[in-house]
Design a protein around this ligand. Structure first.
Ligand code: GTQ
Length: 345
């Protein structure tokens, strides 16, 4: 590839004249924005073990009352992007949120999409557009773009969950904002849903909902049971993995970020090809390792890590007796829509 001219090669007066007119020569920066073969990647492989994070989150519970926080969250920030940017990857925001018994995080709605993956504690709930969704370990609850949501807690122990938002990309689009609201009236209890099992829909009254997001809560007991049944029935399947989808059309459950749950059988090792998406791994149960680009993270229950794109990844169950369950987030839905999604074998 040709050496291109540098900025310093241009006369000072010419550079000054360009700057004055808000103009920039492309060639000194061309290789930076179009690097050969592979993008320049800021996202660093980063791990946030829960045992290190938890005491700091509990301390936030003592230091900052919920009224002073609105959302009491410690953000899992990737140092490759600069901590102040609050990005786990270029498109993904991760936060660990704490709600103490009796606390309430008031209703609001915003343009970024969020999901919650419940990490510990019982008795809390999120109300999304009037649907009260109870929170238990491993449940996934969606709060899609524009939908009112608030969090409450009737139990007696701290409840912690992992927030995953497409905030960085929506912020980059200069489209991120919030609207404050008043407490919602509960219209539906999220345990009694129309979609309890794949393949059956309420009949004869079934009509596609007007909502783009007909299912808001994916209970872990159902997802775990599905993974175990696939593993038991289909030993030939390499990746025992299920995607969280819209039950009415089978599409990704949200438009920008994609979510799945993966089971590693006892002792199993799984090689994933290099993909153009960064990936987030959160250990729901068991113990696994996540390896990529010469780095390996050992994950125990509730640990979270992020791996940049364009590198093959090896996942392994660190136990030879128990299965390991991992929640995965990536921006494949966005990249596919943009036409830049790649798998490199
Ligand atoms: O619970 O609504 O981690 O609005 C960041 C922004 C959580 C929430 C976050 C939010 C929320």
């Amino acid at each position: 590839m040709n050496e291109l001219g540098r900025l310093e090669d241009l006369p000072e007066d010419y550079r000054a004249a360009l700057t004055k007119k808000n103009l920039v020569p492309l060639w000194p920066s061309l290789r930076a924005v179009l690097p050969p073969g592979k993008p320049a990647i800021r996202t660093q492989p980063t791990c946030w073990p829960y045992q290190g994070l938890r005491p700091l989150l509990m301390r936030a519970g003592e230091l900052t009352p919920i009224e002073k926080a609105e959302r009491r969250v410690l953000v899992l920030a990737n140092p490759g992007h600069g901590l102040e940017k609050m990005q786990a990857s270029s498109t993904i925001y991760l936060g660990m949120q704490l709600l103490q018994p009796g606390e309430w995080a008031p209703s609001h709605r915003h343009t970024p999409n969020a999901v919650r993956m419940i990490v510990e504690g019982e008795g809390a709930y999120t109300t999304v557009e009037g649907e009260k969704c109870p929170m238990s370990r491993g449940d996934l609850i969606l709060t899609p773009t524009g939908m009112w949501h608030e969090h409450g807690h009737d139990g007696n122990e701290p409840v912690v969950w992992l927030d995953v938002l497409d905030l960085p990309i929506v912020y980059y689009c200069e489209a991120s904002y919030v609207t404050e609201g008043k407490a919602q009236t509960v219209t539906t209890e999220g345990v009694d849903r129309d979609y309890r099992r794949g393949g059956v829909l309420p009949s004869p009254m079934f009509a596609r909902s007007r909502s783009t997001f007909p299912m808001l809560r994916y209970p872990w007991a159902d997802v775990r049971g599905t993974l175990e049944s696939i593993a038991a029935r289909r030993p030939e399947i390499e990746a025992v993995q299920v995607a969280y989808v819209n039950p009415e059309n089978g599409h990704d459950c949200q438009r920008i970020l994609g979510y799945s749950a993966l089971m590693l059988r006892p002792g199993e090792r799984l090689n994933l090809p290099a993909r153009s998406t960064a990936m987030v791994f959160h250990q729901i149960e068991g113990a696994a390792s996540v390896g990529a680009a010469g780095i390996e993270f050992a994950l125990d229950a509730a640990d979270t890590c992020c791996i940049p794109g364009y590198a093959p990844i090896t996942l392994a169950n660190r136990s030879s007796e128990r299965p390991a369950f991992i929640f995965i987030a990536d921006d494949a839905p966005l990249q596919k829509k943009l036409g830049v999604y790649e798998i490199r074998n």
